[in-house]
Design a protein around this ligand. Structure first.
Ligand SMILES: Cc1cc2nc3c(=O)[nH]c(=O)nc-3n(C[C@H](O)[C@H](O)[C@H](O)COP(=O)(O)OP(=O)(O)OC[C@H]3O[C@@H](n4cnc5c(N)ncnc54)[C@H](O)[C@@H]3O)c2cc1C
Length: 351
């Protein structure tokens, strides 16, 4: 059930984003979970999406902006993230010697296409325009109701996956304590055909990440090839208007990430020219999502899949698989020492 009339009403309406691993000097939990998530997403994309129009396994260059202390988690070369080669750094238009990593198992995805393709799975039925207002456990089943108190459905299991809006729905229930937060973000984008020949020559042939991210050659919502730079971060904002000042923030972001391109593209950020898209991410304090049973004792059968933060493309497929494995008592797609870090149950208060 989704209260929207169709696909992409939430953050997954993002025109284009990256599936790329997180790296840390000690290969921490977030890095290991994100790597597993990216792998799950890329496999799903390979099976369901059209390469070149819906997604691209291009590899991603990570410009180590500001020399933050980062290195490949596995410098012996058995990992898919390595130091970027001089040729890759040059292809991005960055000066030789720029600190950068190359993620081979990474690329861009249009989340709208990924969601649409997954909803075609046999057995999935979507009820659009069904805003859930409350949840109540009656006997062994949950009843979900609309704003007028009318029942919309009943089931022994319910999975709430409505991002930050999950909070309003779940907060009235006894013991619910998952600290979901809103984090608004905006990307700026435009059509590649509107760029000058000089600007087009400077476009990197793969996405560049590191201080926000830049993607080009990916279809815009209108279908023509575009460029995209994002994203801004605005805490405690539950609305998603497009703001002029965020275009300026994204222009500055591009100037830091890819200085030559940023300088050349200054005029593209003219308010009369640039386009924007904004959405509200749902975050949790440790940047890991909350998946599965919320509190099996007090809220049996009630599950969550939310808190994807700025990494929903990299995490949501893995979260879906974790949830399905859990509910079906199948082997988990993550080792227990990692899966415990994403369990919604980690926030359950003792009864
Ligand atoms: C500017 C920006 C850039 C981003 N870039 C990247 C990126 O490069 N890489 C990456 O991995 N991630 C990125 N993200 C994050 C990613 O988009 C999100 O993590 C992901 O889309 C979240 O998916 P979701 O399904 O949890 O939530 P959403 O896509 O927000 O979906 C929530 C759904 O719940 C529905 N809903 C809400 N309340 C109710 C209700 N009461 N009843 C019924 N339905 C309801 C809504 O209509 C909506 O369809 C970005 C996000 C933003 C905003």
């Amino acid at each position: 059930m989704d209260r929207a009339k169709g696909l992409g009403a939430g953050a997954s309406g993002l025109p284009a984003g990256l599936a790329a691993p997180h790296v840390s000097p000690d290969d921490n939990v977030l890095s290991r979970i994100t790597r597993a998530g990216v792998q799950a997403t890329l496999q799903r994309a390979q099976t369901l999406l059209h390469s070149g129009t819906d997604w691209g396994l291009t590899g991603v260059l990570e410009h180590n902006v500001g020399g933050k202390r980062r290195r490949p988690p596995n410098p012996n070369g058995s990992d898919s993230s390595a130091l970027a080669s001089p040729a890759q750094i040059a292809a991005a238009g960055l000066p030789l010697g720029t600190p950068a990593l190359w993620h081979a198992q990474a690329g861009w995805i249009r989340p709208h296409q990924l969601v649409a393709a997954q909803l075609q799975t046999p057995g999935v039925q979507v009820l659009w325009g069904q805003g859930v207002h409350s949840l109540e456990r009656i006997g062994a089943e949950w009843t979900v109701r609309d704003a007028k108190g009318q029942p919309l459905g009943q089931a022994p299991w319910v999975v709430v996956a409505s991002a930050f809006d999950s909070l309003g729905l779940l907060q009235p229930l006894p013991g619910f304590a998952v600290p979901l937060n809103p984090l608004r973000g905006q990307i700026s984008f435009g059509h590649t055909t509107d760029l000058s020949a000089h600007e087009r020559r400077l476009l990197p042939p793969f996405p560049v990440n590191g201080h926000g991210s830049f993607i080009s050659g990916v279809p815009t919502p209108e279908g023509t090839p575009g460029w995209f730079i994002g994203s801004t971060f605005e805490r405690q904002c539950e609305q998603a208007p497009v703001r002029l000042e965020d275009h300026e923030a994204n222009r500055l972001r591009l100037s830091t990430l890819l200085p030559a391109l940023g300088e050349a593209m200054t005029a593209q950020f003219d308010p009369a020219r640039v386009q924007g898209w904004a959405g509200v991410r749902c975050t949790l304090p440790n940047r890991l999502p909350a998946v599965g049973h919320i509190d099996p004792e007090r809220l049996p059968g009630l599950c969550l899949s939310a808190g994807m933060g700025a990494r929903g493309i990299s995490l949501s497929v893995l979260c879906g698989e974790l949830l399905a494995a859990d509910l079906n008592h199948d082997p988990l797609p993550l080792p227990p020492e990692l899966s415990r870090h994403v369990r919604a149950e980690r926030y359950a208060n003792p009864a």
